[in-house]
Each structure stands twice: as structure tokens, then as C-alpha cells.
Design a protein around this ligand. Structure first.
Ligand code: MTE
Ligand code: QUE
Ligand code: MOS
Length: 752
């Protein structure tokens, strides 16, 4: 049950875009981008470029045959700047040449002049100036004013949260190959093949059927290739269209860091009201989202912040407002959790502050307010099959929480220059795209005459193991060995109108579609088997371990010969099937509905140790009880939890994006932007699978896994805060993420 890709990955024989054999005459593309964050272009001259040997084309906005527009939700994003620029790294022109070096050298000869305008990089400043991506959005339930009035304790505060670089191993890239009649095939490292197809068709001014997108796999996406793989793919198609040649574009790591958007930084105001005994009675929050210069997916991301504002807690009176602020930074985009982590972090901050005020540990408030069966979430959905308390209690028991507390207490009493802290982090994450229309998928299953099977779906493999899961679903449904099943590339000509592989729903949606397609074929095969056996009840036919049974008895037929017989009897051995998640909707006139098919639950216990003299923090242990439903592949799911936890810890404790006031990214390399490595990963991680969890919405009763465990990382932040407080009770007055070692040291000494 190992991920089929693992061996090739380890040997280095898996192909990524830059590894594909390039067709003869391929042109390489260099992108000429803005070096200022805001201004008007007053001069753009590329006469010198065309004289460089090997240069085949220089393309600017005026050369675009179709529309100069690639905005997805909002049409506010040009593919090449037209007259004005809004962020450093914004593409202005592209140069195509015979080699990468020639293309880059030529692009450097472009002459440009600007009328520079002041840049805005802070979301609250953008809000003051009225620079918004969309009108603010408010969700509410109950009556917060009444809730605060009835509370014994009310506190409010502000918290700032940093962004995060995706740092997929494979940088953005694509290759386009033209064929006859203006048709173009695009190989793209994208999570959304249809978004690439649609945008390329629009920019080229051709119908979508002229464009085919093909995706073998991604060297990581994490949301960063959901919307932002599109421009580079469209550029290769544009060059192909205008030159008739194949074209390729792979961003260098530096360009990728500089030009692409990241997780959204947020600044938030919160207010929380509680009874004396820790019951949360009211919660209010306003989120200023730093969207960057274009909408991208910001509005959908901000909305998910609102959906997850109360995390895993029941709160009767809630009001949240999201404000998407337009700034002069590269457009920020989807990143694992899709706005959920920011919403949950603000909630946890409010609880932490409330706990201080009440003089109780935060975990008492957390535990007291956990969601219970049939509690109503504040956007109107009733919580069903709730596992919040089970996960919490099992984690406390399984990982000896009381002993952990005692050991940490003892350690802190004995040590002055090293302090430990523990925090718990319960999660509740909604599964489904909250834009209900996206909850659809298709699969195309081919059984070949030798009994081997090829499966195409809308799912994109990016390391998360979705192919391996769907392969399991297919092999289990046919009851044939995994080796007989092959996952094909994700291709818009085989499977059309695909939703992005995102929202953790890739395996759910596409696994269900594949299941339906397999059952279509299986039903025909059973009917045919009954006929061949001269029996009358297809329902009594069973295929088990590649053997055909009738009424529980072996028939002597095996899968391979049986399939061959079926072919000669003109039985259709292929099926296309479509799946749409039932019962999901959200009414945006009242902001109520049932946006999620279900929720994923879990609880993590995190222990951190802080070196008081140096500010260096270590995450000692992460102990998790997680609700996987009935896991299709435990190894894959475990890998997802471990990776997500480390990525979450990185976001809040290590990774710091720094821009100067002019909007230039200063943390623009891996020497200044630190992500977790094997040395900073938790020393110990234990993951327990919650037993007896059913999920009718997942294929074979499984649950989505990709994003939810990311949010366990929030616990690392509060574990460090708790440790800091052991040394200096005033160390945590000004909260700001990420809590880097530097910030820990400054706060411990109250230097900031
Ligand atoms: N795991 C790996 N190894 N690489 C990735 O790029 N992306 C994450 C998650 N796990 C990602 C990953 C994100 S953001 C999502 S939404 C899901 O995988 C998408 O895949 P799924 O829907 O099949 O879970
Ligand atoms: C979670 C997601 C996405 C989402 C909503 C979620 C996502 C995504 C979109 C989206 C919304 C509107 C559009 C569109 C995409 O919504 O990934 O093209 O018009 O792309 O709750 O992951
Ligand atoms: Mo994931 S952020 O939904 O690609």
C-alpha cells in the first residue's frame, strides 16, 4: 500500500515539467517584471532586445490576441501589465529565445520608465484609504451585544499574523506544444488544469476546445498552484500561438519567491465575553486581510476565515467581519487551510488572553466549550457526528496529559534558564468547497482487454497521495491487485470542467466519481457473467481476488480471461462517471446554510522548550488523536498529518516574510526565510487514529486529510507562549506571529 510514486521520487526518476524531453525548436521564456510596487509606465522600449541573437519574440500587452485578463473570481488581473503596475514582480513583457540565458540577457535590455506612486503594504492602511478588493462581509448569529452584557469577563485585543511562502520543491513552470489548426497542448504544474485551459483560451482568443491541459504530477502545490500556476502556463501558450513554436517557462527559485503570492497576512481585532466559570458567551472579530494587488482567491479565502472563526467551539453569540484589503504586494493566494488557520489562530489568541484574565489555564476554557452533537455552528450548519470531545479525551488519556503537566511543572521549578510549556489544540475543519458549485468531479475508467485498468480523474497528484488512494478505491471495487490499476495524467480532454484539486476534497470527490465509474462497469460484467454461466441473477455474481464466483461458488473464470471474453462479446469496458457532493449549499443573502459535507476533528498536545538566554525554541513533542474516518491508506494519511503539522509549526514559529516600505521582499532567499528542517521538526510525534468514525460522504467511509492537521501547528505557538510566561509573566503582552526565536528573545527581555 505504499504510494506508487515513492520509489521514483527517491531514485530521482519521477518527471516534473523541467524534466520532460523538450520538443525540437522549443523556445525558452524570460519574464520582464516590475521593479517598483506602484506607478504608471511612461516608457517601454525593447528595440535592443530584438537584435540579440536567438531572440524569437518580445510580447507586451498590446500583442495579446484575446483578452488581457486572467482574474478567476474577479476580473482584475492582467497577464501583462498595461500602462500601470501594482506590485514588484508584476509581469510586463515576455521574451522568447533559443536558450534560457539568451532570453534573460535580452530581457535585461528592455528600457522602462515609470511615474512612481507611493506603495501601500499594510492592510489597515489600505482599509483607511478605501482600497478594498470587495465589500466587507459579515457573518453573525445570536446577539453579541447581549452576550457581552451578560458576560462576567470581556476582553479585546489586536493580533497580527504573518504570511507564508509555499516553497513547493518544484517551482512554477509550464510547457506548451502547438499542433494543427491552432490547437495547443499545455503541460502545466497546476492544481487546476481547467483554470489554465480557460485562461489560455481567453487570452489567446480561441475556444476552450483548442486548448488541452495535461498534468502528470506536481512537486508540491500547497495551494500555491491553484490559481498562480495559470499566468506562466498562459505565457507559454501565448508564445506558442504567436511563434508557432513549442515554448517553455520555468521560474528560478528567486523569481518564484519574488513574483508569486503567499499565504495572506492578517491583522485582526477580537473581543470575547465569558461567564466566570469559563463558558464563552460572545465573540466578535474583524479581519483585515492583506490581499495583495489583485483578488486572486482572496474573497473565498476570507470567507473560509469567517467559517472557521470559532474553530471547534460552540459559541451562542458571534459576529465576524472580513475585509479584503488591496495592497501593493504580489497577489496572495490559497495555502493549506485556505484562510481557516488565520480564523482559528485569532480564536485561540482570544481564549489565551481570556484565560490569563480569568486566572485559569487556556485548556480549561477550550475543553469546556468544545462542540457537542447537534450544536449549531454560527453559519447555520448543525454539527453532526461530532468527534471533538472524543478526540480531546482520548488524547488526554492516551498521552497521559496530567503526567505531562506534572513533569513540565517539575522541570520549570528546577530550571531557570530553560522553560517548558504545554498547549492543546483542538481542530474542526469543514470539508467541501464553500463555493458549492465546485463540489463536482468526474472519472473515466478503462478496463483494457488484458484486464489492466487505466483511471483518469480530475484529481491532481502533488505529493498528497491522491492517486494512490483512488487506485486503492478502484482495486478494491474490482477486487483486483493494485498493480493492475494505473493512474493516468490529469487531462482536460479526457476529464473536462475540473475543479481545482483543493479544499482537501481531491480524494473525496474524485474517489467517489471513480467508484461510480467502476460500479457501472462491474454491473455490466456481472450481467455478462450471469449470461455466460446461463444463470439468471447478476446479483449473485461476485468478483473476489480476480476470481469470478456465482452464488458463493467458484466458477473457474478469472479476471483476465473473463475480461477478454467480455470484450469479444462486445461488453462496454469503459465508463465515465460524474459525482456531485449531495446536500451542500450556502445562501449568501443571509450567510447561512450547510456549506460542508462534514467536518474533520482532532486534538493535538504540544510541548515546547525555550532556551531563555538565546530565545531558541524546540518543539519537544506533538501528540495527536485525529479523526481519519476509515483511512484508505494509513501510511499516506500519517504522512499528511506529519507534514502538515511541521508546515503549521513553521508558519507560526519560524517563517517570516519581510518587506520594506517600498513593497520589496527582503526575505527573498532560503538564507533569510527559514522553513522547518529535520533539526527544527518536533523531536517526537505520535499520531493515534480515532477508532469507529464513520463518514458516508467519503469513499469507503474515509475522511479528507490534506489541510486539517496543518492547524495543529497553532498549538506550538501557544506552547512557546506558555513556556515564556514561566520565565517572565509579562513576556507575552504583545502577540504577533510568527513567534521567531528572535521575537521570543526580545519579548523575554521585554525589549519590544
Ligand atoms: N501534500 C503534499 N505532499 N503536497 C501538497 O502540495 N497540498 C495540500 C494537501 N497536502 C499538498 C499536500 C493542500 S493545500 C491540499 S488542499 C490537499 O493536499 C489537496 O489534496 P487532496 O484534496 O487530495 O487532499
Ligand atoms: C475552499 C477552497 C476553495 C474555495 C472555497 C473553499 C478553492 C477555490 C474556490 C473558488 C471560489 C470561487 C471561484 C473559484 C474558486 O473556493 O480552492 O474559481 O469562482 O478555488 O472553501 O479550497
Ligand atoms: Mo489547498 S490550499 O485547498 O490547495
Amino acid at each position: 500500500m505504499k504510494n506508487a510514486d515513492v520509489i521514483n521520487h527517491v531514485k530521482g526518476t519521477s518527471l516534473f515539467i523541467d524534466d520532460f524531453p523538450a520538443p525540437e525548436g522549443v523556445l525558452h521564456i524570460a519574464v520582464f517584471d516590475s521593479k517598483i510596487a506602484c506607478g504608471k509606465i511612461t516608457k517601454l522600449n525593447y528595440d535592443k532586445v530584438l537584435s540579440v541573437p536567438g531572440v524569437a519574440a518580445v510580447i507586451t500587452a498590446k500583442d495579446i490576441p484575446g483578452e488581457n485578463q486572467i482574474g478567476n473570481i474577479v476580473s482584475d488581473e492582467t497577464i501583462l501589465a498595461d500602462g500601470e503596475v501594482e506590485y514588484i514582480g508584476e509581469p510586463i513583457a515576455i521574451v522568447a529565445a533559443d536558450t534560457v540565458e539568451n532570453a534573460k540577457a535580452a530581457a535585461n535590455l528592455i528600457e522602462i520608465e515609470f511615474d512612481e506612486l507611493p506603495a501601500v503594504t499594510d492592510p489597515r492602511e489600505a482599509y483607511e484609504k478605501g482600497n478594498l478588493i470587495a465589500p466587507p462581509q459579515t457573518f453573525s448569529d445570536g446577539d453579541v451585544e447581549k452576550g457581552f452584557a451578560e458576560s462576567d469577563v470581556v476582553i479585546d485585543g489586536r493580533v497580527d499574523i504573518g504570511g507564508q511562502e509555499h516553497l513547493y520543491l518544484e517551482t512554477q513552470g509550464a510547457m506548451a506544444v502547438p499542433s494543427e489548426d491552432g490547437k495547443i497542448k499545455i503541460y502545466s504544474s497546476t492544481q487546476s488544469p481547467t483554470a489554465v485551459q480557460r485562461a489560455a483560451a481567453k487570452v489567446l482568443g480561441v475556444p476552450m476546445h483548442k486548448i488541452e491541459t495535461d498534468v502528470l504530477r506536481l512537486g508540491g502545490g500547497f495551494g500555491g498552484k491553484e490559481d498562480q500556476a495559470t499566468p506562466w502556463a498562459v505565457m507559454t501558450a501565448l508564445v506558442s500561438r504567436l511563434t508557432g513554436k513549442p515554448a517553455k517557462l520555468i521560474l528560478s527559485r528567486q523569481d518564484d519567491l519574488r513574483m508569486t503570492g503567499k499565504r495572506h497576512p492578517y491583522s485582526a481585532d477580537y473581543k470575547i465575553g465569558l461567564s466566570r466559570d469559563g463558558e464563552i458567551l460572545a465573540y466578535e472579530a474583524t479581519y483585515y486581510q492583506n490581499a495583495g494587488a489583485c483578488a486572486d482567491l482572496s474573497t473565498a479565502i476570507l470567507e473560509r476565515t469567517l467559517f472557521h472563526a470559532t474553530n471547534s467551539y460552540f459559541i451562542p453569540n458571534v459576529k465576524t467581519t472580513g475585509i479584503s484589503c488591496k495592497t501593493n504586494l504580489p497577489p496572495n493566494t490559497a495555502f493549506r487551510g485556505f484562510g481557516g488557520p488565520q480564523g482559528m489562530f485569532v480564536m485561540e489568541t482570544a481564549i489565551y488572553k481570556a484565560a490569563e484574565k480569568l486566572g485559569v489555564p487556556a485548556y480549561e476554557i477550550q475543553k469546556k466549550n468544545l462542540l457537542k452533537e447537534n450544536d449549531s455552528l454560527y453559519y447555520g450548519q448543525k454539527a453532526e457526528r461530532v468527534q471533538a470531545e472524543r478526540c480531546w479525551n482520548e488524547a488526554a488519556e492516551e498521552f497521559n496529559l496530567q503526567e505531562k503537566f506534572a513533569a513540565v511543572k517539575e522541570f520549570n521549578e528546577k530550571n531557570n534558564l530553560r522553560k517548558k510549556g504545554v498547549a492543546l489544540m483542538p481542530i474542526c475543519f469543514g470539508i467541501s468547497f464553500t463555493s458549492s458549485f465546485l463540489n463536482q468531479a468526474s472519472a473515466l475508467v478503462h478496463v483494457y482487454t488484458d484486464g489492466s485498468v487505466g483511471v483518469s480523474t480530475a484529481a491532481v497528484e502533488m505529493g498528497q497521495g491522491v492517486n494512490e488512494k483512488i487506485r486503492s478505491v478502484v482495486s478494491q471495487t474490482f477486487s483486483i491487485s493494485q498493480e493492475k490499476v494505473k493512474m493516468e495524467t490529469t487531462n482536460t480532454t479526457r476529464v473536462a470542467n475540473t475543479s481545482p484539486t483543493a479544499a482537501s476534497s481531491g480524494a473525496d470527490l474524485n474517489g467517489n466519481a471513480a467508484l461510480l465509474a467502476c460500479n457501472n462497469i462491474l454491473n455490466r460484467l456481472k450481467k455478462f457473467a450471469a449470461e455466460s454461466l446461463k444463470e439468471d441473477d447478476p446479483a449473485k455474481v461476485e468478483i473476489k481476488n480476480e476470481k469470478i464466483f456465482y452464488d458463493g461458488k467458484e466458477t473457474g473464470m478469472n479476471w483476465e480471461s473473463f475480461i477478454n471474453d467480455a470484450y469479444f462479446n462486445r461488453i462496454n469496458l469503459a465508463s465515465h462517471a460524474f459525482y456531485a457532493t449531495p446536500e451542500v449549499y450556502f445562501d449568501r443573502t443571509i450567510n447561512k446554510g450547510r456549506p460542508f459535507a462534514y467536518h474533520v476533528y482532532g486534538t493535538a498536545i504540544i510541548t515546547a522548550e525555550v532556551d531563555i538566554l538565546r530565545g531558541v525554541c524546540e518543539i519537544e513533542s506533538v501528540d495527536v488523536v485525529h479523526d481519519f474516518g476509515k483511512s484508505i491508506n494509513r501510511q499516506v494519511d500519517l504522512g499528511q498529518v506529519e507534514g502538515a503539522v511541521v508546515q503549521g509549526i513553521g508558519w507560526l514559529t519560524m517563517e517570516e516574510l519581510v518587506q520594506n516600505d517600498e513593497g520589496k521582499l527582503l526575505s527573498n532567499s532560503l538564507s533569510t526565510y527559514k522553513i522547518p528542517d529535520i533539526f527544527s521538526a518536533p523531536k517526537e510525534m505520535n499520531v493515534k487514529f480515532l477508532e469507529d468514525s464513520e463518514n458516508p460522504f467519503g469513499p469507503l467511509n474515509s475522511k479528507a486529510i490534506g489541510e486539517p492537521p496543518f492547524m495543529y501547528g497553532i498549538g506550538a505557538y501557544f506552547a512557546i507562549m506558555n513556556a515564556m510566561k514561566e520565565y517572565n509573566p509579562n513576556a507575552d503582552k504583545e502577540i504577533r506571529a510568527p513567534l521567531t526565536h528572535e521575537r521570543v528573545l526580545m519579548s523575554l527581555k521585554n525589549l519590544k
